[in-house]
Design a protein around this ligand. Structure first.
Ligand code: AKG
Ligand code: FE2
Length: 338
């Protein structure tokens, strides 16, 4: 089970309270290219014109925001997954230059780089290098009104965020295994550059009967963001060529978490799966039955795997046994797991 903030720590962690400067932030400070990116402000002139229109809709006391926001500006990719243009070229150019500069300086000055998670070896937590205030300003002024409109419960308020860059290219990380985020609402915007492949695949919700059924494969576009609940299973498909980097903001709503709805209690929250999982939705990090369906990829061999999903009683065992003899020994393996 994941550790959750208690109600007490919730109160103590409201974002306006100061965060200590990290070593990385202190060391990088003299090298900053664009001081405006490190201020407690997100300049409206950095928004894509589509997002200005979306954002303006929330400034008016509209009774029905849906009518105020044209469908072509806010695209419903599927139930609970939305995409929209958000940043313009001015912002993208500045932000990318700053991040690339940080990577160079971190090497030459030996600045410690904190990676976003154990599955990502080339990203960086941007909150740790001084960009937290600007992202908080963006979150509170622009992202929250839209998120609350789309996800009234999970985005009733945003108290904090975990924000980071992910990066994929040949010889580095190729993709990101299927997972759910420690986020209530996830904002994920493509920063560039040229690439093929590197799509983002979505499956069902954490614990649901169809949590490993493929629902959507989304093609990233530079400057365009996708917004979804953190508890939806998703993963980045392997990049074929070029380089892709994205900025990801995991938005945290402590009041929502305190209600225990998103308590990530694996054993009690998983329902019996409705069918054989879609291959793209399998996770080599989390799924106990991965090898029943697929060979482990190279990336899995570098991990200390502790797979747990689906919990006993929630797997496809019964369905699987009826289906196919060609799986042979794999069925035995699956049977042993359940
Ligand atoms: O690469 C992407 O677009 C998604 C990355 C992701 O889901 C994550 O870092 O949590
Ligand atoms: Fe994710």
């Amino acid at each position: 089970m994941k550790l959750l903030p208690t109600f007490k720590s919730t109160i103590l962690m409201i974002p306006s309270l100061s965060f200590k400067m990290t070593a990385a932030e202190l060391m990088y400070k003299p090298f900053r290219r664009y001081p405006a990116l490190f201020a407690d402000n997100f300049d409206k002139s950095w928004l894509h014109k589509d997002f200005v229109q979306i954002s303006d809709a929330f400034e008016k006391p509209a009774k029905n925001y849906k009518d105020a926001i044209p469908d072509d500006l806010l695209r419903k990719e599927m139930d609970g997954v939305y995409s929209f243009n958000v940043f313009n070229d001015v912002f993208l150019q500045m932000f990318n230059e700053e991040i690339n500069h940080f990577y160079d300086v971190s090497e030459s000055e030996n600045i410690p780089v904190k990676r976003p998670n154990s599955m990502n070896n080339y990203g960086v937590i941007v909150n740790e290098i001084g960009l937290r205030p600007m992202i908080t300003a963006f979150q509170q002024t622009y992202l929250w009104p839209l998120s609350r409109h789309l996800f009234p419960v999970e985005a009733s308020q945003f108290d904090n965020h975990h924000s980071f860059i992910v990066r994929y290219r040949a010889e580095e990380d190729l993709g990101l295994d299927m997972h759910t985020d420690d986020s209530d609402v996830t904002f994920n915007v493509c920063l560039g550059e040229e690439f093929t492949g590197a799509t983002l695949s979505f499956c069902g919700m954490f614990g649901a009967v169809n949590h490993r059924q493929h629902r959507l494969t989304y093609h990233h576009e530079v400057g365009r963001a996708i917004l979804h609940l953190g508890s939806r299973r998703h993963g980045a498909d392997d990049i074929q060529s070029g380089r892709r980097s994205n900025l990801i903001v995991w938005n945290h709503n402590y009041a929502y978490r305190a209600r225990g709805i998103n308590s990530w209690d694996r054993d009690s929250q998983y329902e019996q799966e409705e069918g054989i999982p879609s291959p793209v939705c399998l996770s080599y990090t989390h799924d106990r039955d991965y090898e029943v369906y697929k060979e482990l990829p190279e990336a899995a061999k570098k991990q200390k795997r502790k797979p747990w999903c689906p919990p006993p009683g929630a797997s496809t065992k019964d369905i699987m046994l009826k289906v196919d003899y060609t799986y042979g020994a794999r069925i035995v393996l699956l049977y042993m797991l359940c």
